[in-house]
Design a protein around this ligand. Structure first.
Ligand code: FNR
Length: 416
């Protein structure tokens, strides 16, 4: 914290703004309209996104004085691994909208601060290359459950091979939410094949795509639209799109991806197979109810990410911070609960931890850092959030993460 603070007081201006509002403004200026719509946008009217933030405003931090919290330790253990701070980087798909080799850059920036990065199944660089960029820093892998069980197993095997610390299965995106900003621009990258590097680099996926290519008459109707969109995409984003895919993707790959990347019929029966399919700790992401949380721990998962996908899936949904409070109250202190959706500042991290999160994930902010200054920008965003958390601890009398207890926050009168 002190380095950033001193630089500021000595008149040095950082490349990456230290507050979220300015970070967002600058990232918007650095992005194309299509990239901004996808990354910054939310579902429907944007109510879930706003509610995520409003939930933080309904809690107030209660500073304690003269507590002598001089030497602070922000490290904490998550799933058996000690992390330098209770912060991880959330998986983000299609980051290459904001610049080439997005996932390698984000992985590099995360590693510069020892912060784990959760590689998205919809990432823009193969997970093996991202892992290589991280050295010893923990990396996790996020899976979207494919319609093809062979692909599920192949992705899990690759995650194990890159030394992933956990397998995160995202449940809230079996179909993509209603995203008017993208729809109005006709620019949803997802349907256009952006972010399919984990698939095209997968041997099982390649086999499936090849099998399908040998059966031309079975091509789905989306094909022509997808190819047209793909061409439009390559015009809209010269460079980044093709560069990230290394070579023009065979048509069969795009079709196969669109057909099998997700299983809308995903059920608890599928999820119950996870613990015998992998030796990795299993984390379910996207849970916002007590009932689902209980069910998850019943099938033996190791942790949850309480999340509404940054407000990108269901409009007017429950704020993830509110869901965390309910789930922690119902399940007690033991189960590992991570939180994302709406974390913007160190004070937010403090509030989430006080309300029962063991750690938090940062989503859009790290992508904005990437948009502004690549890997360095990602590292700076992390450092700023951690620095503010550190100062907040100093000023509230918390020496360790374990000191950030429930009594460090209280509900705003008349709200919670
Ligand atoms: C996401 N998110 C996401 N989640 C996931 O499990 N797999 C994915 O591929 C993606 N892709 C993705 C792309 C973009 C551009 C964004 C902004 C988000 C959701 C992400 O992991 C996380 O839940 C939210 O971003 C957290 O909310 P905030 O911090 O953005 O408010």
């Amino acid at each position: 914290q002190s380095t950033i603070y001193r630089a500021g007081t000595l008149g040095r201006r950082p490349v990456v703004p230290t507050d979220f509002a300015e970070l967002e403004r600058r990232a918007k200026r650095a992005s194309s309209a299509e990239a901004w719509a996808y990354v910054a946008g939310g579902a429907g009217e944007g109510r879930t996104m706003r509610r995520n933030r409003a939930a933080f405003d309904r809690w107030a931090i209660v500073p304690r004085m003269a507590a002598g919290a001089v030497d602070r330790d922000l490290s904490t253990e998550v799933l058996g691994t000690r992390l330098p701070s209770p912060l991880l980087l959330a998986p983000v798909g299609a980051g290459a909208l904001m610049g080439r080799d997005s996932d390698i850059a984000i992985a590099t920036g995360a590693a510069a601060t020892g912060t784990p990065y959760i590689f998205s199944n919809q990432g823009c660089n193969p997970m093996e290359e991202c892992a290589a960029a991280m050295g010893e820093t923990p990396r996790w892998f996020q899976l979207y459950w494919s319609k093809d069980e062979r692909l599920v197993d192949s992705l899990i095997a690759r995650a194990e091979a890159i030394g992933a610390g956990a397998l995160v299965v995202t449940l809230d995106t079996t179909v993509l939410g209603w995203r008017p900003q993208d729809l109005n621009l006709g620019s949803l990258p997802f349907a256009k094949g952006l972010g399919i590097a984990q698939y095209t680099s997968d041997p099982v996926f390649q086999e499936i795509a090849a099998e399908r290519a040998r059966q031309p008459r079975e091509r789905p109707k989306v094909t022509l639209g997808a190819i047209r969109a793909l061409l439009a995409m390559s015009r809209n984003h010269p460079g980044s799109f093709w560069d990230n895919l290394r070579s023009p993707i065979p048509r069969a790959s795009v079709e196969t991806f669109l057909d099998i990347y997700s299983n809308p019929g995903l059920s608890w029966e599928h999820l119950a197979t996870l613990k015998r399919r992998t030796s990795l700790p299993v984390v379910l992401k996207g849970i916002v109810t007590v009932a689902d949380a209980r069910r998850a721990f019943e099938i033996g998962v190791d942790a949850l990410v309480v999340s509404n996908h940054g407000g990108r899936q269901v409009d007017n949904a429950v704020a993830s911070l509110d869901a965390l409070v309910e789930i922690r109250a119902a399940l007690g202190p033991e189960p590992a609960l991570l939180l994302d959706s709406g974390i913007r500042t160190g004070a937010d991290v403090f509030t989430a931890l006080a309300l029962g999160a063991d750690a938090v994930l940062l989503g859009r902010p790290h992508l904005y850092g990437f948009a502004l200054a690549g890997a360095h920008g990602v590292a700076e965003v992390i450092r700023n959030v951690v620095a503010e958390l550190d100062l907040t601890m100093a000023l509230t009398g918390a020496r360790t993460i374990a000191d950030i207890t429930r009594d460090r926050v209280r509900a705003e009168p008349g709200t919670a």
